[in-house]
Write a protein that binds this ligand. Structure first.
Ligand code: NAD
Length: 502
């Protein structure tokens, strides 16, 4: 089993990956790596400081201007395919590290790791299809064209919930377009990103193309985003940190993409295929213990089927198997870390005090054998009003709010009445309604009669406070290029030097 292959006999001290080598951080700070399923520390990582960030950005810049700049787009594509091959070979091992880091189910992390190569293959194929345009001009002696050039050094900052999947959303198109990378994973889940660096060596990437600095957001993260050698920042995480990151990046005019949180509505109409809809609600909120940005944390249910859906949910939620994430039978693992656990607890208390009706869970897991881990019961609140905190703020945990509605118009109003706009689900057999609502919902992704589906060739990103920019899809590779305009006068003449040529 992958778990046993990664289980160390003693604490492992991880270092930074800079310029093709694992190297000790210049900063003395170390952070503990704790398995949320057992509460045991099993490794340490470096809390990198400004000097470490400087070294990583310097290596990425040197590579960007040196070996990497000489690599042709087709050669970059071939390297990305070899990287995908290496990830496939090590998928089990990398998934095992992610489980020990964030406590998500092995079957979930394995499914992610098996899909991650698709991102590298998709953008490998696009690497030699990034090109400018020739632009017809009014004056026939002019020959004008545009070039698409890579930015330079891309800083990629990831959260703890799906480290390598989310990193792939950025790294694959950024490298395909000719940039180099400094990755700063979450301080709560850094090991898989460090182990992933070995895949770059195996694939034959030149040193410096891919670098990893670990550490806290306020230390390593802030130093990286604020470094003037960083040309573009892609941040995935919470809105509060995202706003700080955007301000920091813009202070030295780096472009920024923000992938932030959500409070996504999963809307069940009276004509919904109910078995699939109930399964979709469960998948939306209890898969990954609700620790996903696209969690369908608000289930909006038509009044005529409200009681039936509630009963079915209560029955199924009562049978969700909580347990160790490596166990094949487990359906819900622990919460990933202590601060997140406290956040879940405090939102549940807030919902109770605001008058939401608790119909399942609402407390730490009761089963024997789970006492040491951060296990929390899958929790359902009924009769939630959309103005309650449990319906407005992102919990990022296994807590579902059920909100009844009477009409399509009311469902749409409630669904859009949120500061977020990452995703939405619609469950109905009425095709007209499905398309009508898909347009009207202010969310970056709308799923109809399905939920929590992702692919490298479908764009992903948020409306409103859920983010800026889009990842995935063919256009995303262009976000890692800058357009340059080239004007060529084929019959030079000395015109009026004091008048702009329009
Ligand atoms: P977080 O914002 O606390 O941290 C995310 C990353 O940002 C970490 O690596 C952290 O160290 C770093 N960071 C924090 N402050 C920083 C700063 N000032 N400068 C630079 N870096 C900084 O988020 P989290 O708790 O790790 O993740 C949960 C959040 O991520 C949720 O809100 C979730 O919705 C969101 N998320 C969004 C997506 C998406 O694609 N939209 C995907 C997954 C998670």
């Amino acid at each position: 089993m992958p778990y046993t292959t990664v289980k160390p006999l003693e604490l492992v001290d991880y270092h930074l990956y800079i310029d093709g080598h694992f190297q000790h951080a210049q900063s003395d700070g170390r952070l503990p790596v704790i398995d949320p399923a057992t509460g045991e520390q099993w490794a340490t990582i470096a809390d990198a400081g400004a000097k470490d960030v400087e070294a990583a950005v310097f290596a990425a810049r040197a590579s960007f201007e040196g070996t990497w700049a000489k690599t042709t787009p087709a050669a970059r594509g071939r390297l990305l395919h070899r990287l995908a091959d290496a990830i496939e070979r090590h998928a089990d091992r990398l998934a095992g590290f992610e489980v020990r880091d964030n406590g998500k189910l092995l079957r979930e992390m394995l499914a992610q790791l098996k899909a991650v190569p698709n991102w590298y293959r998709y953008y490998a194929g696009l690497a030699d299809k990034v090109h400018g345009r020739t632009v017809p001009m009014e004056r026939p002696t002019l020959f004008n064209y545009t070039l698409r050039e890579p930015f330079g050094v891309v800083a990629c900052i990831t959260p703890w919930n799906s480290p390598l999947l989310l990193a792939g959303f950025t790294i694959a198109p950024a490298l395909a377009a000719g940039n180099t990378i400094v990755l700063k994973p979450s301080e709560h889940a850094s090991v898989s990103s460090l182990e992933f660096a070995r895949c770059f060596e195996e694939a034959g990437f030149p040193p410096g193309v891919f670098n990893v600095v670990t550490g806290g957001g306020a230390t390593a993260g802030s130093a990286l985003v604020g470094h003037r050698g960083v040309d573009r920042v892609v941040f995935t995480g919470s809105g509060n940190a995202g706003a700080r990151v955007a301000a920091n990046a813009v202070s030295h005019f780096a472009e920024v993409t923000l992938e932030l949180g959500g409070k996504s509505p999963n809307i069940i109409f009276e004509d919904a295929p109910l078995d699939a809809a109930v399964s979709g609600i469960l998948a939306g909120i209890f898969a990954a213990s609700g620790q996903t940005c696209i969690a369908g944390s608000r289930a909006l249910i038509h009044r005529s089927v409200y009681q039936e859906v509630l009963e079915r949910l209560r029955d199924r939620v009562g049978r969700i198997r909580l347990g160790p994430p490596m166990d094949a039978e487990t359906e819900m693992g622990p919460i990933a870390n202590q601060p997140q656990y406290q956040k879940v607890t405090s939102y549940v208390e807030a919902a109770k005090s605001e008058g939401a009706r608790l119909v399942a869970g609402g407390c730490p897991a009761r089963s024997a054998g789970l006492e040491k881990g951060l296990y929390y019961e899958p929790t359902v609140f009924a009769d939630v009003r959309n103005e309650m905190r449990i319906a407005r703020e992102e919990v990022f945990g296994p807590v579902l709010a059920l909100i009844p509605f009477e009409s399509e118009a009311e469902a749409l109003r409630v669904a859009n009445d949120t500061e977020f706009g990452l995703a939405a689900g619609i469950w109905t057999k009425d095709l007209g309604r499905a398309h009508r609502l898909s347009r009207a919902l202010r969310a970056g992704t709308v799923w109809v009669n399905t939920y929590r589906a992702l692919s490298p060739n479908m764009p992903f990103g948020g409306y409103k406070s859920s983010g800026i920019g889009r990842e995935n899809g063919a256009d995303a590779i262009h976000d890692f290029t800058r357009v340059k305009s080239v004007w060529v006068e084929t019959e030079p003449v000395a015109g009026d030097p004091f008048t702009i040529k329009l």
